[in-house]
Write a new protein. Structure first.
Length: 79
């Protein structure tokens, strides 16, 4: 949809959002945290569940392709 506009400011918020997490804690995973933060900032703006599912699929595919990691897609996981 053309009404979705993301700016470099959104990417900065994504990166700065990672600073909120203690990634040195046992059980922490940078890629899962990165994906969660991206979903929090970008996915939450999408207007329907179809767009959200597509976002989830694209994000999971990108993380798998580029990092060989499966994103934890359990909605009950709290970061």
């Amino acid at each position: 949809h053309r009404h979705y506009q993301y700016t470099p400011r959104d990417l900065t918020r994504w990166a700065r959002g990672l600073l909120r997490y203690d990634l040195a804690a046992p059980g922490s995973n940078l890629l899962d945290t990165w994906a969660h933060e991206g979903a929090r900032l970008l996915r939450d703006r999408l207007v329907d569940s179809q767009a959200q599912k597509r976002f989830d699929a694209l994000l999971a595919a990108a993380v798998q392709k580029h990092f060989g990691h499966s994103v934890d897609d359990d909605p009950d996981v709290v970061y």
